[in-house]
Design a protein around this ligand. Structure first.
Ligand code: SF4
Length: 173
């Protein structure tokens, strides 16, 4: 077993002048740096960095960043939800480590969806009903994984299917 123990801390980060987001950090008692490229391959992380070694991914709508000595989860909701995510990751980490002989490690970030490709599949009326001033802004949000394409109420069924298919290649559904 590579990872056996960790402790959890919550950190309240100021975002702008008023709003705050409660993020969680799991401090790991074991160094899991070596498993990170294998996790990148298994979990399909969307961003891999070599220095410091880390992989970022989205789990249940939360941004999760895995480092050798800690795991950060953005706005996990409550402690129970945070612990569920970390416990699931602990099992994945240990399972991936045990199976590393059969896994090709990945040292690259996943390809990213292109803003213009997403824009092409939107209604392009700039109606603002999604809460963004233009379809281009909304497309950029979707490409970054910060908005769901379903937040555009003007999408036709065919456009939803095409967007789902396109974003499915990048694990942003
Ligand atoms: S609701 Fe849809 S069509 Fe309207 S601005 Fe937003 S993305 Fe564009």
């Amino acid at each position: 077993m590579l990872l056996s123990n960790y402790s959890i801390e919550f950190v309240r980060l100021a975002c702008g002048s008023k709003a705050q987001s409660l993020d969680m950090i799991a401090l790991l008692e074991q160094d899991i740096g070596e498993v990170i490229p294998y996790l990148n391959a298994v979990l399909g992380g969307f961003q891999y960095t070599k220095e410091p070694r880390s992989v970022s991914l989205k789990l249940e709508g939360k941004l999760v960043v895995i480092y050798p000595e800690k795991i950060c989860v953005s706005a996990p909701g409550d402690r129970l939800e945070a612990e569920k995510i970390i416990e699931w990751l602990r099992e994945k980490i240990n399972d991936t480590w045990e199976r590393r002989g059969e896994i090709q490690p990945c040292f690259e970030s996943a390809p990213k969806p292109k803003v213009l490709d997403i824009l092409r599949l939107l209604p392009r009326t700039n109606c603002g009903e999604c809460g963004h001033p233009t379809c281009m802004v909304f497309a950029a949000q979707v490409a970054a994984g910060d908005s769901d394409y379903n937040d555009c109420p003007a999408l036709a069924v065919e456009q939803k299917i095409e967007l789902s298919s396109y974003l499915g290649h990048f694990q942003l559904k």
